[in-house]
Design a protein around this ligand. Sequence first.
Ligand code: GLN
Length: 195
Amino acid sequence: MLPLGILALQGDFREHGYTLDAIGVESRQVRTLSDLESVAGLIIPGGESTVIAKLARAYDLLEPIREKIANGFPAFGTCAGLILLADEILDGIEGQESFGGLDVSVRRNAFGNQLDSFEAELDFVGIPGEPVKAAFIRAPIVEWVGSDVEVLSALPDGRIVAVQNDHVLGLSFHPEVTGETRIHQHFVSMVKRSN
Ligand code: GLN
């Protein structure tokens, strides 16, 4: 398998690299079109979705990534990365762009200032055993999902925090900062299946 790509324009791309190192999966930071052509799938990190989108546009990566994902290229986004993979963004800035790929509506900063960040232990479809340790940092929430999207995890009050379709996976939270490796392993399986 080609290495996995990690979009490295802004945000916590290094932490995703360390998580892949921990499970023995080779990765490459993606900043150019030729980087993008040499990876088997793309991780879009947490950070600030508005900044990542603007930088992707400035680096001429926005349309190529959008097109590849629309054609079945596997992608995995955490937090800001989930926002960037959503077909619809609620509470975005004016004209905020996304790569799209997940038929979902995602609301930015959905927990407000009161609850800026918190940790939770989550049940997660397909990950048996210990609950998933999740860090939420100015996190988005999935408010609506299309018919081809599966919900993998929700908070106890029902708010959706993990979704996937055939080749795109998105989380509201950051497994890459809590030492949780099983969701990255799940994405590696999705990539292997699609190749
Ligand atoms: N609130 C950020 C955004 O809108 C996401 C925060 C994060 O990735 N931790 O992009």
